[in-house]
Design a protein. Sequence first.
Length: 156
Amino acid sequence: MSDHPGGAEHGRARHDAALARATAFFEAISPQDVDRLDAIYAHDAYFKDPFNEVRGTAEIRRVFAHMFVAMDGPRFIVRETVSDGEQAFLVWDFEFRFRRGSPRGVQCIRGCTQLRFDEQGLITYHRDFWDAAEELYEKLPLLGALMRWLRRKAAG
């Protein structure tokens, strides 16, 4: 409980603003934005997804820079946000094209992100949740066939 009137509302408004800023950033991210991650992430922020686990804006910058090298037209479409104090969740679709090989056309990965913000509204914790086997590996020609076969075998 806050010691001054409106303290809880002020904190909620600050976190809502941080969530809105983060959502807008992810939905509009471009290669040029990678160099501006310090505006949205705390210096020692933690980031984890199915392929990376890093700390600090320099390492997070490397993850996002690689995304633009490895994929054509990557973009996030945030479908829903849920906020609870300093923590928030984003439900998103990630659309992209593979740069090389198949499959051709726009691919879509569905997932969600858990974020935590500091008092300045910067992201201190970013954890992506998505099923790499279903959402990515099954879309690759040779690996996809193996993953679909394994899924059928595991299902009985």
